[in-house]
Design a protein around this ligand. Structure first.
Ligand code: XMP
Ligand code: MG
Length: 211
C-alpha cells in the first residue's frame, strides 16, 4: 500500500532511519541492538506532530491511541501538535488479537465501548502496523460508528509483513522484520518502559503471550 507524503517531507516508504545518538548508557540485557534512540524518536515524533497539526487545523480532531502499546507514542505525539488545532481531544481504545507469541493472529477484537466518534475527524495512533489486521479492523469500526474521517498514524511500519492492504497516512519509521520492544511496545508486558526502540534477542522469547 502506498503511503502519502506529509507536508514536512515524510518518506514515501513509511519513515526513515535514524543516525542520531546511539545509547551511551548501555542496553537492557535482553535487547540485541538499539534501532531508534530516544533522541531520534523525539525528533521524528516532533516532525510528524507538526505535520499532523497543520493537516488538522480547523477540524477539532479526536486523537485515539491504541492501548496499550501506543500509550508512550500518543503521549509524545499529542504534545508535538504545534500549533494545537482548536478543539483537539484525546482518547484511547483497546484492541487485541487472539493468539500468542510474537505473531499476530487473524482475528482482532476491539474492546467496547470506544469513545463517541460520530461526526469527528479521528486520528488513530498506533505503535506498529504489522499484518495490518488491527489497523484495518479499527478503521472499519470507526467508520461504522460514524467518524467523519479517519487518519492513520503509526510509529513503526513493518511493511514487509503486510497481509491486509490498509492505508497508513503517517508513519514515523520503517521497521525491519524483527521483534522490537520499548517506547511502549512489549513482549509479554515487559520492556514497555525502555526509552528507546530495540530489537529483542531471540533468546528472550519464551513462547509466552504478547500483545
Ligand atoms: P497487526 O498484525 O494486526 O499487528 O498489524 C499489530 C500489533 O501486533 C503487535 N506487534 C508487535 N508488538 N513488537 C511488539 O511489541 C513487535 O515487533 C510487533 N509486531 C507486531 C502489536 O501489538 C501491534 O499493535
Ligand atoms: Mg498494539
Amino acid at each position: 500500500p502506498r503511503r502519502t507524503s506529509g507536508p514536512l517531507g515524510e518518506q514515501p516508504e513509511g519513515g526513515r532511519s535514524c543516525e542520531m545518538g546511539s545509547r551511551g548508557g548501555g542496553l537492557h540485557p535482553d535487547v540485541e541492538r538499539e534501532l531508534f534512540s530516544a533522541e531520534c524518536l523525539a525528533a521524528r515524533v516532533g516532525e510528524v506532530g507538526r505535520a499532523l497539526a497543520a493537516e488538522l487545523e480547523g477540524k477539532r480532531p479526536l486523537l485515539l491511541g491504541v492501548l496499550r502499546g501506543a500509550f508512550v507514542f500518543a503521549a509524545d505525539l499529542v504534545r508535538a501538535l504545534e500549533p494545537v488545532p482548536e478543539g483537539t481531544e484525546v482518547g484511547f481504545l483497546r484492541a487485541s488479537s487472539y493468539g500468542a507469541g510474537t505473531e499476530s493472529s487473524g482475528q482482532v477484537r476491539v474492546d467496547a465501548p470506544p469513545p463517541d466518534v460520530r461526526g469527528r475527524h479521528v486520528v488513530l495512533v498506533e505503535d506498529i502496523v504489522d499484518t495490518g489486521r488491527t489497523l484495518a479492523a479499527l478503521v472499519a469500526r470507526l467508520r461504522a460508528e460514524g467518524a467523519e474521517s479517519v487518519t492513520t498514524c503509526t510509529l513503526l511500519d513493518k511493511a514487509a509483513r503486510r497481509v491486509v492492504d490498509v492505508h497508513v497516512d503517517h508513519s514515523c519509521f520503517a521497521c525491519p522484520d524483527e521483534f522490537v520492544v520499548g517506547y511502549g511496545l512489549d513482549f509479554d508486558e515487559r520492556y514497555r518502559t525502555l526509552p528507546y526502540i530495540g530489537v529483542l534477542k531471540p533468546a528472550a522469547y519464551s513462547g509466552l503471550s504478547s500483545d
